[in-house]
Design a protein around this ligand. Sequence first.
Ligand code: FPP
Length: 246
Amino acid sequence: MGFKEQLDINKLPQHIAVIMDGNGRWAKNQGKIRHFGHESGVLSVKDIVEGCADIGIKYLTVYAFSTENWNRPAEEVNALMELLISTINQETATLTKNNIRLNAIGDIASLPQKCIDDLKSAMEKTADNTRCTLTLALSYSSKWELVTAAKKLAQQVIDQKIKIEEIDEKSFAAQLTTFDMPEPELMIRTSGEHRVSNFLLWQMAYTELYFTDTLWPDFRREDLFEAIVDYQKRERRFGKISEQLN
Ligand code: FPP
């Protein structure tokens, strides 16, 4: 029996976050340049998005470019930006056809102008799609997001729009880039690294973490379904004891 058949459709996570890691190693294993790994990684993104839409996952958030990735060699950064632009432009029609909304989180203003423009246009074209929301984390880091949220709240206090006493978990979360999504129940990281690397730190307070040795360009929807089956076997206690749950 495949993993898809083992899924409990009534216990699906609403939101899955993914750290797509291992593109460079995958390319190197084949004697190819790193960019070949990133290009192949796009095929995995496409398959996973379709896999999510197929089974009814409402939100998929993928870490496509971190704040720290700006420190990579300029040649790789430029190639990743070009790949992002070409992928967005090639895939918008398919996203629309499949009723998938494209969203982006991160310091979008720091991206090249063409990237900002094409991303905005694709987001506008897919804004009314309802089956699944694909969020690209671009020039994203959690520490950047948390500092930005703190600054926004501080400004609102200065402007006397809110009182300090009104700052709580709910009003803080409303300032985050993910204000309109549920928190991810499952986070998948590929390539055998066991880290969260500055990704959705607030949002992942109670997320189930799943790590696989599979390198991102080899990751396909069957691997996604395997991760969800593993997630469905776990008991999520949120600080309670087992007997309190049902
Ligand atoms: C991590 O692998 C991957 C990235 C930093 C980039 C991820 C980008 C893509 C999958 C392609 C673009 C995506 C979209 C949505 C258009 P790594 O380079 O750190 O691999 P390594 O650890 O083996 O070196």
